[in-house]
Design a binder for this molecule. Structure first.
Ligand code: GRG
Length: 328
């Protein structure tokens, strides 16, 4: 594969600006938006710290403070809420474990309680509910299996049943939806393919059929959409590319065109990435802009693991990686 060079592109990655943006995320406590997003605080921390790691400057955050906050979000039931005193949900529990792994402070959490919380959410058909209220979604299968794998406790759930459920969510086009019979969507495909990779069951996937569907997500402007007839969005640079990487088809995308699109979604003044050029930036799209570039082999970025969406170095420390994934 040809090496990507910064000079190939009319716009360069504004690394310093992005780091400044990420560092100052917590300085907006006088703004309504800061409090409207309180319920997602734990996800936001995971998005920010992972982006900072991939930009090679994790030190912009205080890992000790971060760990203290994460631990304050764990509830009696063993799960984590999106903020201190918020109800537990698998979405936040995964972010909590991811951040603790990145900070190398996983030893500070009561792991048995986390395992108990996660395993209780598996249903008899193998699916997972997101919380005690019972909504089922393949996102939650991914969250549960990723958490348990990082805790070295996959034995706490019925893995063959979990795979059976994911198989039921596979569609005629090779993709996966949020539940049985739901339309294929690349966000859900990441969850299902990632979950299958975690339990070493990628044999379930029809890689050529799925790879074809995923490659068709690239639009003439280079950006990727999440499903047919929809608009491009920087976040699909992650959901689509990581899935292609896991099934060894990442080279089916035109990488130069996608890099150009991702770089056009940066705000060169404030730092950060938006979904499409000219829109407001946010930390969610900033993570997926940066991780997309990393998967595409853009220079001076750390490597991201396509299955866990975490720095490869953090996953290696856990000793759970099953194989090496090719970046472009
Ligand atoms: C560790 C990265 C990571 C994730 C944890 C929660 C989760 C697991 C994955 C979410 C996957 C997902 C469903 C992503 C899609 C998010 C998104 C932008 C949805 C928008 O859906 P629509 O229907 O947008 O509003 P489209 O683009 O289809 O019009």
């Amino acid at each position: 594969m040809s090496e990507i060079k910064v000079e190939q592109f009319p716009v360069k990655l504004e690394t310093e600006k992005h780091l400044k943006y990420l560092k100052e995320l917590n300085n907006h406590q006088d703004e309504l938006e800061y409090w409207l997003t309180e319920a997602l605080r734990l996800n936001g921390i995971y998005w920010g710290v992972t982006a900072a790691c991939i930009l090679k400057h994790p030190e912009i955050y205080d890992f000790k403070e971060m760990t203290k906050f994460i631990l304050s979000c764990q509830n009696e039931d063993g799960g984590f809420g999106g903020c201190t005193d918020h109800d537990s949900h698998l979405l936040y529990t995964l972010s909590a474990i991811q951040v603790l792994v990145i900070c190398d402070t996983l030893s500070e959490v009561d792991k048995d309680k986390v395992v108990e919380y996660v395993s209780k959410l598996q249903n008899p058909d193998g699916s997972f509910s997101g919380d005690e209220w019972g909504e089922v979604d393949t996102r939650f299968s991914y969250c549960a299996l990723s958490c348990l794998k990082m805790l070295h406790r996959l034995d706490a759930v019925d893995v063959p049943k979990a795979v059976e459920y994911i198989k039921k969510c596979m569609n005629f086009d090779g993709g996966f939806g949020s539940i049985e019979s739901a339309e294929s969507h690349s966000g859900q495909i990441f969850c299902c393919v990632g979950a299958l990779a975690i339990v070493d069951r990628l044999d379930v996937v029809d890689a050529d059929k799925l790879g074809w569907w995923l490659a068709e997500r690239q639009l003439p402007n280079g950006g990727l959409n999440g499903r047919p007839e929809k608009l491009e969005d920087v976040c699909y640079s992650w959901w689509v590319l990581s899935s292609l990487s896991i099934i060894d088809r990442i080279h089916w995308i035109n990488k130069e065109k996608l890099i150009n699109f991702i770089l056009s979604c940066q705000d060169a003044d404030t730092g950060g990435f938006s979904d499409r050029p000219g829109d407001m930036v946010d930390v969610f799209h900033t993570l997926f802009g940066v991780t997309g570039l990393s998967l595409l082999g853009y220079p001076n970025l750390d490597k991201i693991d396509p299955v866990y969406c975490m720095p490869v170095s953090a996953i290696e420390r856990l000793n759970i990686k099953t194989r090496t994934y090719n970046q472009i």
